[in-house]
Structures are given as structure tokens and as C-alpha cells.
Design a protein around this ligand. Structure first.
Ligand code: PLP
Length: 237
């Protein structure tokens, strides 16, 4: 058995303890924060281990890698979420193979996903990715463009917008990274609160927080932390 498989339950317990402590510190019920296991760069066995441990879903950041892994994975009930940048020419493939797409950040992509979902005869759950930290190195809609993007998304009948997703910029020092995280996650939370009122939709999912910054994300209201490294160790690619 590879070392990663032996370590997984131990790593999972540690991540769950961090999540619970962060929730309690924020006065929140730990059950209101879901753990999404990010299996990118790891074999299908990682997703199977997550399923065996009772996790609902795994996250992948590349379409082809996720599609291949899902096909090779013996965990039929597991949900697969796309968390990485999606080019519109892969929209149909992604719509067919993922249960939710978190990285929707443009009009063209929205329209192609809606068309693909219509052809599949389904309503596809999505999150809008927002570059809430204004990081030039990150994908996501600008904060100022989010209302327009949401307005379009809500008008597309084969998409269901469940909330927002973001990633925080890295800083040059741990203190700077922490400051970026607090600002970015607070921005996403404020944006969501404003959009929910403006458009009268719940947008209940706030997907934010990774291995390094899940505490800051939970303090700001995250409902879904996307954790790879802390669960599975360093990636192979
Ligand atoms: C890789 C990735 C994660 C997980 O990052 P870790 O630091 O390994 O926990 C979360 N979200 C996205 C969008 C990712 O690409």
C-alpha cells in the first residue's frame, strides 16, 4: 500500500479538527462547513479513500484528468466538482462529467454550459468564480463584473447558480498572505450578501479556503473548503 493511503485517515482527522476548531472560533456549527477533497495530481485511489471516509465530493482542476479519474474510480456515489479554469471549448465535456462547476467566470462560458446542459437534458449546478482578491495571476470575474455575470446566469434555464467561489492571492510573507486571505474572503462574503439582496437569490454556497487558509475562510463565512495537500500530501504533478 502506498504511504499516502496509510496516512490519509490521519491527515483527514487533522483537517477535520482544524475545520471544527475554526468553526467554533467563529461561533459557527462545524457541520455548516463542508470539506471538499481536492484529488488533482493524485490517483483514483485518493478519491476512493475520500468516498470511504464519507466525503460527499471531490474536486479536480483539469477536465480531462477529472473525467479519466472518475471513470477509473470505484465510488459510484461520489460527486465530482470542477474547481479549475474551464475553457469554453471544453464546456460540453465538463457539463457531461461533473456534478457541479465552481469555476464559471465569463459570459461565453455561461452560455456554452447552458447549451450543453440543455442538450444533456439536465440543470447543471454552478458557482461563479470571482477574483475577489484582484490578483492578476488568478482567473475569476472582477468584483465589479459579478452582478452582470450573475444576472445572465440567472436568466439561463439550464444552470442553477448555488453560490460563489474564490482563491486568495499569495503574499511575499506569511503575514501578507494572511492579510490577502482575510481581505479576499471578506470581499467574497460581502459581495454574496449584496447580490443575494439585489437579486433575491440565496447564493448559499461560499467556496473558499484551501490547505493554507481554511481558518481565515471559515472565519469569513466559507461553507465549502477545498483541501488537497493537507489531505493527500504533495501532488505528483
Ligand atoms: C489545488 C486547488 C485547491 C487545493 O489546494 P491545496 O493547497 O492543495 O489544499 C483548492 N482550490 C483550487 C481551485 C485548486 O486548484
Amino acid at each position: 500500500m502506498p504511504p499516502a493511503a496509510i496516512a490519509f485517515p490521519v491527515r483527514l482527522a487533522a483537517v477535520r479538527a482544524r475545520l471544527a476548531a475554526a468553526a467554533r472560533a467563529a461561533g459557527r456549527d462545524p457541520a455548516t462547513v463542508e470539506l471538499l477533497a481536492v484529488t488533482k495530481g493524485h490517483p483514483p485511489a485518493a478519491a476512493e479513500a475520500a468516498a470511504r471516509a464519507g466525503l460527499r465530493a471531490v474536486g479536480e482542476n483539469r477536465v480531462q484528468e477529472g473525467v479519466a479519474k472518475r471513470a477509473a474510480c470505484a465510488a459510484p456515489a461520489l460527486a465530482w466538482e470542477l474547481i479549475g479554469h474551464l475553457q469554453s471549448n471544453k464546456a460540453a465535456l465538463a457539463a457531461a462529467h461533473f456534478n457541479r462547476i465552481q469555476s464559471v467566470d465569463g459570459e461565453k462560458l455561461l452560455r456554452q454550459l447552458d447549451r450543453a446542459a440543455a442538450e444533456l437534458g439536465k440543470v447543471l449546478p454552478v458557482l461563479l468564480q470571482v477574483n475577489a482578491g484582484a490578483d492578476p495571476a488568478k482567473f475569476g470575474a472582477d468584483l465589479a463584473d459579478a452582478p452582470r455575470l450573475l444576472e445572465l446566469a440567472l436568466a439561463l434555464p439550464h444552470l442553477r447558480v448555488e453560490g460563489l467561489m474564490t482563491m486568495a492571492p499569495l503574499g511575499a510573507t506569511p503575514a501578507e498572505t494572511a492579510a490577502h486571505a482575510a481581505r479576499t474572503f471578506g470581499n467574497l462574503r460581502d459581495l454574496r450578501d449584496g447580490l443575494a439582496v439585489q437579486f433575491q437569490v440565496p447564493l448559499s454556497e461560499l467556496s473558499m479556503g484551501m490547505s493554507g487558509d481554511l481558518e481565515a475562510a471559515i472565519a469569513a463565512g466559507s461553507t465549502l473548503v477545498r483541501v488537497g495537500t493537507a489531505l493527500f500530501g504533495d501532488r505528483e504533478v
